[in-house]
Design a protein around this ligand. Structure first.
Ligand SMILES: N[C@@H](CCC(=O)N[C@@H](CS)C(=O)NCC(=O)O)C(=O)O
Length: 230
């Protein structure tokens, strides 16, 4: 098996998802910490979107790819990892649906709720990135926090529907992506429902060090930001 090369930003939950996955799937990999380097010309020459996680592999048509969910899907397809991404088309479709729903709906709310507290830049066109005053920005952040409840409930009632994980009795790549996303909510003391707290604990228990090691980088960053705010 050739060693994978992952370019990562350790405080990021988008990165955490792939970092958990490669460990849980027992793939051979090396991690290149690109903190502060994503806008350098040599990085941009490979990846004009300047986004991480980025997988670098000769077999890829352009040599690299980004987007956490697509990277996990690719690695499951390439290495036939059905444990985290079932082979049956209908089951796979549900995992894909859950991941698109995370990236397209839940994550933007999480970003708007947490990025101001994390000190991350917000997306152009949003209140948080505008010249509006602090009260407008605080109101937008509050609305984003409130909006998180609905998709969370959808994960619980629709995707999990009485099973411990989106993947059923075992975590899937959608679970890895969801649990990593929820890690950021600690920065705003988001009051997770009891089921979500148990779910996060079950993810960590099920994946062990594969989860705990990358999670420690995210949690360490949150603790650092908190210590600076005092
Ligand atoms: N949807 C993407 C989001 C990736 C993303 O936003 N990456 C950020 C870190 S959280 C990044 O690499 N930013 C560096 C930059 O834009 O220069 C994914 O899931 O991978």
């Amino acid at each position: 098996m050739t060693t994978l090369k992952l370019h990562v930003l350790k405080p990021s939950v988008n990165n955490m998802a792939v970092r958990v996955f490669v460990r849980a799937a027992k793939l051979e990999f090396v991690e290149d910490d690109v903190y502060g380097k994503t806008r350098h010309p040599d990085f941009l020459a490979k990846n004009p979107a300047h986004l991480t996680p980025m997988l670098e592999a000769k077999q890829l048509p352009k040599g690299v790819m980004w987007e956490s969910c697509a990277i996990m899907q690719y690695l499951c397809n390439k290495h036939e990892i059905t444990k985290f991404y079932p082979k049956a088309a209908a089951k796979r479709a549900m995992i894909d649906s859950a991941m698109f729903y995370i990236i397209g709906t839940l994550y933007p709310y999480v970003a708007r709720a947490t990025y101001p507290a994390l000190g991350f830049p917000q997306y152009a066109g949003e209140v948080g990135a505008s010249n509006l005053d602090a009260s407008h920005k605080a109101e937008a952040q509050k609305h984003a926090m409130e909006a998180i409840a609905e998709p969370l409930d959808v994960f619980h009632k629709f995707y999990m529907d009485g099973t411990p994980f989106i993947g059923g009795s075992k975590p899937s790549i959608a679970d890895i992506r969801l649990a990593a996303t929820l890690e950021f909510l600690a920065i705003v003391n988001y009051n997770l429902p009891a089921w979500a707290k148990s779910y996060m604990a079950a993810m960590e228990k099920s994946l062990g060090k594969a989860y705990a090691e990358p999670a420690a980088d995210v949690r360490g960053y949150i603790a650092y930001v908190r210590s600076q705010a005092k």
